[in-house]
Design a protein around this ligand. Sequence first.
Ligand SMILES: Nc1nc2c(ncn2[C@@H]2O[C@H](COP(=O)(O)OP(=O)(O)OP(=O)(O)O)[C@@H](O)[C@H]2O)c(=O)[nH]1
Ligand SMILES: [Mg+2]
Length: 219
Amino acid sequence: MVLLRHISVALTAAVAALGSALFIALNFFYKRRIWSPQAEYCTIKEEEEERGRRQVLVLGLDGAGKSSMLQGLSAGEAAAKRGGSRPTRGFNFISLSVPACQLDFLEIGGGEDLRRYWSDYLKRTHVLVYVVDSSDRSRLPLAKAELHRLLRVEPQLPVVVLGNKQDKPDAAGVSELHEALSLGSDTSDRKLFLLAAQLGSDGSTRTSHQGLDTFQDLL
Ligand SMILES: Nc1nc2c(ncn2[C@@H]2O[C@H](COP(=O)(O)OP(=O)(O)OP(=O)(O)O)[C@@H](O)[C@H]2O)c(=O)[nH]1
Ligand SMILES: [Mg+2]
């Protein structure tokens, strides 16, 4: 009887030990295997970093001047004359080789139906360029709301806000834009720049600071 009890205690202990070992092994296996979109994004971003590529995501409301800026940046392409670009219905992409790295500029259209996809691209991005039409005063509150939605998603991401269309007589200046877009309310320790910009007569976007130098400094 005593012997039987000993055997039964030993068996219970063995089963418990086997169960624990199995649990630990399965846990280890699945932790390594489970796929998550975030992990996938991070892997792609790391791979791109290794190859010296940096992604600059260009966002802003429709008509802000994102495509014009990209067209102006791409060498050899017919310059972006005012009134020359159509609304972007999806993406717009250009890649530039600069001394430090390869800069991939990705614009996503600013139409209302496309804005909901903007934040999906933040994870793979190294710098966000947010273009604002400084003369479109009635939509500055909307531009601000969309910008802050993005800032909340990625608190560390460096951001360059371009106060575009400074050539227009009613354009808001830098300090007015700073106020209207509540840029001072971003309490994170991210790098955030506000630059005045306008499309030059040659079709390139001129900023209050050397544009490409700003990106290179940030990267
Ligand atoms: N006056 C003036 N017009 C500009 C400037 N930049 C762009 N534009 C004009 O603004 C209009 C819209 O420019 P786009 O570059 O197509 O705007 P977008 O931000 O790409 O717009 P979506 O693709 O619809 O999101 C075009 O007619 C441009 O020529 C600028 O600095 N000054
Ligand atoms: Mg566009």
